[in-house]
Design a protein around this ligand. Structure first.
Ligand code: G3I
Length: 342
């Protein structure tokens, strides 16, 4: 696709598209999809609940289906995700001891999924959203994770004892991924990228910890900035801050990725649609002009199938490049223009 050839190599400009759920996204013929994007991510099809429905029984059908769709069209695929606190299989919580989780369940899952998908993957989200929303400056990596009230409180037998009390579960995922994944290993999270920001600092603490204690080379790592944002000041990360954070990662040898971009707007007005276009364009530029940013993914491909719906906190939604009829919005043309200008 012409929009995304750059930097003398392939730039991965993608979108989610769960092709195994055609009813929801029926309008996207392959011609239409691959004319806009050259890269694809399964919105849900590679998550733990879908890929390991029973303990130690792997089912990679949906995940591989999306990968095959990319292969069939000469395009690329990224993996989201091996490991997240949400959309875990029903059998997991309450039925697994801490030592089994760290020594058997996580390594088996990560190995099976990553080796099952093989080398035709640009990058894998090895761990997704480990860090909490109530971080403060100066927390160490474990405190950042502990503040999330997620994995640490997955309890044994529904009791109140936290299942994990240190980062060994994350080390298990990452060191397994390192063995089987030929591509980049990504830490993926939302509300990251701003400078002088405790969650961004936690990301740096975590990747440094994974490097030092799990032996993950920085050259194999990436940080995925999900970028679920809003087209209002204060609800997105300004371009200069994104660039500063990306450069800080580049200085360590770590990639930066925009992994789940969507942007709600406060009202359905020309002004709001233009503002959405301008800010989205800045995210594109921040990635394009950073030496370590090679993947930019849109989360959902048209407004009516997005997980962002109108309501408090999300305005009138309309968070993607294409409207509810599948027609390109001002933001789509702005993205095109930014690629052409590059
Ligand atoms: O699979 C069932 C289906 O059987 C049932 O008929 C249907 C009825 O609602 O629900 C289906 O499950 C839904 C699932 O998506 C698959 O479509 C869940 O209800 C729904 O909650 C789930 O939402 C996904 C969400 O993650 C879960 O937290 C969204 O589609 C997906 O866009 C969203 O993606 C996440 C990223 O993975 C991580 N970052 C944040 C991002 C947005 O929340």
């Amino acid at each position: 696709p012409s929009v995304s050839a750059r930097k003398g190599s392939l730039f991965h400009f993608g979108s989610t598209h769960d092709i195994f759920a055609p009813a929801a996204e029926a309008d996207w013929t392959s011609d239409k999809f691959w004319n806009v994007w050259n890269h694809i991510v399964a919105e849900n099809g590679c998550k733990w609940y879908d890929t390991e429905p029973e303990p130690f029984v792997s089912n990679l059908t949906d995940c591989k289906g999306v990968q095959q769709y990319a292969i069939d069209h000469g395009c690329t695929f990224r993996g989201h995700n091996t490991f997240w606190h949400s959309q875990t299989p029903a059998w997991l919580p309450g039925n697994v001891s801490a030592s089994d989780l760290v020594n058997k369940v996580i390594p088996n899952h990560v190995e099976t999924e990553i080796s099952g998908l093989g080398s035709y993957v640009t990058s894998w989200d090895v761990t997704n959203e480990l860090i909490g929303d109530s971080t403060t400056m100066g927390m160490d990596a474990w405190e950042c994770v502990e503040s999330a009230d997620r994995w640490p409180t997955v309890t044994v037998d529904g009791g109140s004892t936290p299942l994990v009390t240190n980062l060994s579960f994350a080390y298990a995922a990452w060191s397994t991924a390192l063995k089987y994944d030929p591509g980049k290993l990504v830490y993926n999270d939302y509300s990251t990228g701003a400078t002088n920001n405790s969650k961004t600092e936690c990301v740096f603490k975590l990747i440094t910890d994974l490097h030092e204690n799990a032996g993950i080379p920085y050259s194999r790592m990436g940080v995925g900035h999900q970028s679920h944002v809003g087209a209002m000041p204060g609800y997105f990360v300004p371009k200069d801050q994104l660039e500063t954070t990306f450069q800080r990662l580049a200085d360590m040898g770590v990639d930066a990725l925009i992994t789940e971009m969507d942007m709600w707007i406060p009202s359905n007005t020309t002004a709001a649609l233009r503002y959405q276009a301008a800010i989205w364009g800045d995210y594109i530029d921040a990635c394009l002009y950073s030496s370590n940013c090679h993947e930019f993914i849109n989360w959902d491909n048209r407004d009516d199938t997005s997980w962002i719906t109108p309501g408090p906190g999300h305005g009138v939604a309309m968070p993607t490049l294409f409207d509810a009829n599948g027609n390109p919005k001002p933001v789509y043309y702005e993205v095109l223009a930014r690629f052409q200008r590059y």
